[in-house]
Design a protein around this ligand. Structure first.
Ligand code: SF4
Ligand code: SF4
Ligand code: SF4
Length: 227
C-alpha cells in the first residue's frame, strides 16, 4: 500500500471532475475548452518556479488518471519505451502539430478556439485511457507533450534530492505513479526534472528518508547549483 500526501489526494478528487466536464460538456458548450487553456497557462507559469510540480499536484488529467482510471487499470508494468526520448517527442510533434493546425483553421472564432482545446483534451484522454487501462494509470504522463515540455524547459528547477543513504531497495519505484526510480539517481544526487512530478510519494515511502524536495523558495540541487 503506497502512502500519499492526503492533501494531494483530496485535491486530485476535485480536479479529476474537470476532465469529464470539459471532454463531455465541451461538445455541447465549446467555451469549456478555455478551462483547458487556463490550466495550460497556469502550468506554463508554475513550471518556471517548481518544474513539473503542476503534474503531480494540479493537473486535472493526471488527477483523473490517478483517482478514477486507477479503478479499471490492469496496473501492468510500463514498457521502458514510454520514457524514450524519440517516443516522447513523436507525441509532442503529433499533438502540438494537430493543435496548431486546428487553431489556424479556427479563423480566430472564440467558440471554435474553445472547441480546439476540447478536442485536444478528448484525444489526450482517449489515448491516456487506452494506455492507462492496459498499463499503470498514469502511463500517459510519461510521454504527454505538456509533461515533456515542462521537464525540458526547467532542467534544474526544484529537483528531487537523493542522499547517499539510499540502500537501493526499490520501494520508491513502486510508489512512483510514473515508474521513475529515484534510487537509481543516487550518484547524481538529483532526479532529472523530466522524470519527476514532485508528487512526494517516494519521499513519504522511502524507509531510509533518503529523498527530499527543497523548500519551494529554494531550488537547489545537491551539486549546489542554484537556479
Ligand atoms: S504529464 Fe500531462 S497529463 Fe500528466 S499531469 Fe502532466 S500535464 Fe497533466
Ligand atoms: S526507497 Fe529510499 S532507500 Fe529505497 S531505493 Fe528508493 S531512495 Fe533508496
Ligand atoms: S520520483 Fe518521486 S516525487 Fe517524482 S514523480 Fe515519482 S514518486 Fe513522485
Amino acid at each position: 500500500m503506497v502512502r500519499e500526501n492526503p492533501k494531494r489526494r483530496m485535491w486530485q478528487y476535485y480536479l479529476a471532475a474537470l476532465v469529464p466536464l470539459v471532454v463531455i460538456g465541451g461538445w455541447f458548450f465549446p467555451y469549456l475548452g478555455y478551462l483547458a487553456l487556463a490550466m495550460m497557462l497556469t502550468m506554463m507559469v508554475l513550471m518556471f518556479f517548481w518544474g513539473r510540480w503542476y503534474c503531480g499536484w494540479l493537473c486535472a488529467m493526471g488527477a483523473f488518471h490517478e483517482r478514477i482510471l486507477t479503478h479499471i487499470s490492469l496496473h501492468r508494468k510500463m514498457p521502458d519505451l514510454f520514457k524514450a526520448s524519440w517516443f516522447r517527442w513523436l507525441f509532442f510533434i503529433l499533438l502540438m502539430g494537430l493543435m496548431t493546425i486546428r487553431l489556424i483553421m479556427s479563423g480566430g472564432d472564440p467558440a471554435r478556439i474553445g472547441a480546439v482545446f476540447v478536442m485536444m483534451w478528448t484525444v489526450a484522454t482517449v489515448l491516456a485511457i487506452v494506455f492507462g487501462v492496459y498499463f499503470k494509470p498514469r502511463s500517459w504522463c510519461n510521454f504527454c507533450p505538456m509533461g515533456s515540455m515542462q521537464g525540458v524547459l526547467t532542467p534544474n528547477t526544484y529537483l528531487l534530492q537523493v542522499q547517499p543513504d539510499c540502500k537501493n531497495c526499490g520501494l520508491c519505484r513502486q510508489a512512483c505513479p510514473i515508474q521513475t526510480y529515484p534510487g537509481g539517481y543516487r550518484e547524481q544526487g538529483v532526479v532529472p526534472s523530466l522524470e519527476c512530478m514532485r508528487c512526494e510519494n517516494c519521499v513519504i515511502n522511502c524507509p531510509q528518508q533518503a529523498l527530499s524536495l527543497p523548500s519551494k523558495t529554494s531550488v537547489q540541487g545537491r551539486s549546489g547549483t542554484k537556479t
